[in-house]
Design a protein around this ligand. Structure first.
Ligand SMILES: N[C@@H](CCC(=O)N[C@@H](CS)C(=O)NCC(=O)O)C(=O)O
Length: 297
């Protein structure tokens, strides 16, 4: 059975968390969590996750990357990280998680990952030993372990999963980030209104415009990619579904009114994947509950 253990980074380096970021969980989020660090954000600790129900029947060989399996460096409040955390559990991969809150910009981390991003896996078979970008990680692990259930091999089917994921990262996610990051206390992307010295009213308008823009690409996932099927992957969730459902979790922070199909879809994802979904989702939801409680305090 696959095991997940979580190690916390030793004391999160305050220095690392104060450098300016373009698209990262850094200073403001760190500040929000400083009084009550990751503990608060983590509604349910990610220890001992198992994915017995949803583990694929055949072909999935446990990942071997040292004693505790595959090493996954992650940040609990992040849906980019949630995607890989859900996938690793659902696929039954033997892995362990290291919480790198506050250390992504440390010299040690950046020497391995100059993009200072999470999620990141470490695997000797990789040319540079590490891999970041949530979708690339899921693609790689699915390829490596023959997890066709999550990532079909047939070129045409696979192309649809890839298209859905690229569309998410390139089109939907930027809107979600612009709409939710201010409420999440995450830094905004450089060059955007939210990152500038603009008047708070202008920033609020920009945030609202981004939230309003979500509806169109969201509907594309429903009408085009799902096309009447329960999931983008068909009867079973694919890596594109994991990526989509995780992304939609962030919308709770702005009380975004999801269409009925999306609410049903997220419930179906959680039902199908069980604990593999619920546990990492609990960390994101815990963080959202925390920032919301701070906003109303
Ligand atoms: N497109 C990337 C986004 C990754 C990303 O933005 N990661 C953020 C957390 S949400 C991060 O690790 N930030 C830490 C830093 O930049 O120092 C993915 O899907 O993995």
């Amino acid at each position: 059975m696959a095991k997940t253990t979580t190690k916390s980074a030793k004391k999160p380096a305050a220095k690392a968390a104060t450098k300016p970021a373009t698209k990262a969980v850094t200073k403001p989020a760190a500040k929000a969590l400083k009084a009550k660090p990751a503990k608060k954000a983590a509604a349910k600790p990610a220890a001992k996750a198992s994915a017995k129900k949803s583990a694929p029947k055949a072909k999935a060989k446990p990942a071997k990357a040292g004693k505790g399996g595959l090493k996954l460096s992650m940040l609990k409040p992040s849906v980019n990280n949630m995607s890989v955390r859900v996938f690793a559990r659902a696929a039954g991969l033997d892995h362990f998680e290291t919480d790198v809150w506050g250390v992504t910009r440390s010299p040690e981390y950046m020497a391995r990952n100059p993009a200072h991003l999470t999620p990141m896996i470490e695997d000797k078979g990789l040319p540079r030993g590490v891999l970041w970008e949530s979708c690339a990680i899921m693609q790689y692990l699915a390829n490596k372990h023959g997890l066709e259930k999550f990532y079909p091999k047939a070129p045409a089917k696979r192309a649809m999963i890839d298209s859905a994921m690229f569309y998410l990262i390139g089109t939907l996610y930027p809107y979600v980030a612009r709409a939710t990051y201010p409420a999440l206390n995450f830094p905004q992307y450089a060059g955007e209104v939210g990152h500038s010295d603009a008047h708070p009213d202008r920033k609020s308008e920009a945030q609202k415009a981004a939230a309003a823009a979500i509806a169109e690409p969201l509907e594309v996932f429903h009408s085009f990619f799902r096309n009447g099927k329960p999931f983008i992957g068909g009867k079973n969730p694919s890596i594109a579904d994991i990526r989509l459902a995780a992304t939609l979790e962030f919308l709770a922070v702005i009380d975004y009114a999801l269409p009925e199909w999306a609410r049903d879809y997220m419930a179906a994802m959680e039902k199908k994947l069980g604990k593999a979904y619920a546990e990492p989702a609990g960390d994101v939801r815990g963080y959202i509950a925390y920032v919301k409680s701070q906003a109303t305090a």
